[in-house]
Ligand binder design. Structure first.
Ligand SMILES: [Mg+2]
Length: 367
């Protein structure tokens, strides 16, 4: 066999290391006492009938890495009954669901228990598409309805609207800790106080406001529109505008045009949406065929401010489907065209504009 010099050095080092024992880890002593007990029992010829059985389950593969592990045990005089050297043949991660926690009152109105926002229906449609293409996947939307009463009416409404597979009910007790434990990606509530507390705990959260009369939105495609500053991005530029005015804001954006902004409270939520989209794109569900569509609707103009926003998303590796840099124009007409299921913004007047045209507005209190 011919080795080049480097290969030879590598091979010699691997051989040397495979015959060299590892320093003991914290559980060596425990294995030692188990093996000692086993030996005692083996002395009574309780070999296969031994009541203790030990297993090593390691991610080291079956080549040198696994060999070195077994060799180390051998050097220590410790025999494990079974060893699994799994290498890279681990089962692919099934992923985890996208958790959205919503106050039950916002989905089913108290008066007639009719469905509130059509949001749940769109989530259900996306789940159906995901399930059709990825039957094994855990990465589906799951909605936690927060309700203290666990009323029969709520259960009936869930059944009536066929939302059993989508929803779970949770009480509002110790809410923030429960949201964290459930890895909540988005929390929507009518209570500004709870939303602020959730945001302080790094959970994307907003006060959801439902218009008197809802615009008709798609039931097969989920559309989500985000404001930029203080929602997807931090409020660093907005603070410049608030304290020093518009000129200073433009100067700041020009100077920092290539510097990505810090992340805002909704970056993580956009990230899980993009991840799901990518999964669907793998199945050639591109563009309008993808059941999730994301929008940036920002007051930043198309010059340096808009460029910096898109550059930040690019830097994060997040591709938004459509971006509207409105240069200070009203957001209403664009939202009317998009007809999103939900629209997130930190400015009350943009939320009001959404509500007047029948769009669900979710207010993200500025941190
Ligand atoms: Mg904003």
């Amino acid at each position: 066999m011919h080795f080049s010099r480097d290969e030879k050095a590598l091979s010699t080092s691997a051989q040397w290391k495979t015959s060299y024992q590892s320093v003991s880890g914290p559980f060596k002593g425990f294995l030692e006492v188990l093996v000692k007990l086993q030996r005692k029992l083996h002395d009574k010829e309780l070999l296969d009938n031994c009541p203790i059985r030990t297993y090593m389950v390691t991610s080291r593969g079956g080549g040198s890495p696994g060999f070195r592990a077994l060799n180390t045990l051998h050097d220590w005089g410790l025999e494990v009954d079974e060893a699994f050297c799994l290498g890279d043949l681990r089962k692919p991660e099934p992923g985890s669901p996208v958790i959205i926690a919503i106050s039950a009152k916002l989905v089913f109105t108290e008066q007639n228990m009719s469905p509130g926002p059509a949001f749940s229906f769109a989530l259900k449609a996306v789940n159906a598409k995901l399930r059709a293409h990825y039957p094994e996947s855990q990465e589906l939307f799951k909605v936690i309805l927060i309700d203290d009463n666990r009323s029969d009416e709520l259960n009936n409404a869930i059944r009536e609207h066929n939302l059993e597979n989508l929803t779970e009910i949770m009480s509002g007790e110790d809410l923030i800790n429960n949201l964290k434990e459930n890895n909540t990606h988005l929390y929507l509530s009518e209570s500004e106080e709870m939303v602020t507390e959730a945001l302080n705990n790094k959970i994307a959260a907003a006060v959801m406001k439902t218009p008197g009369e809802m615009a008709e939105v798609s039931e097969s495609e989920l559309r989500i529109a985000f404001d930029g500053d203080a929602v997807l991005f931090s409020n660093e530029s907005e603070r410049v505008y608030a304290s020093e005015g518009l000129e200073a804001f433009y100067r700041n954006e020009r100077e920092k045009v290539n510097d990505p902004m810090k992340e805002g409270p909704f970056k993580g939520f956009l990230q899980v949406l993009v991840k799901l989209q990518r999964k669907l794109h793998d199945k050639k569900l591109l563009d309008k065929k993808c059941p999730i569509r994301t929008y940036l609707v920002t007051s930043r103009g198309g010059g340096s401010p808009g460029f910096r926003a898109l550059n930040t998303l690019r830097y994060w590796g997040l591709e938004i489907d459509e971006a509207f840099c409105l240069g200070g124009s009203e957001k209403g007409p664009i939202l009317e065209m998009i007809k999103p299921h939900v629209f997130f913004d930190d400015q009350q007047h943009h939320i009001e504009a959404a509500l007047t045209i029948g769009i669900v507005g979710c207010h993200v209190p500025n941190q």
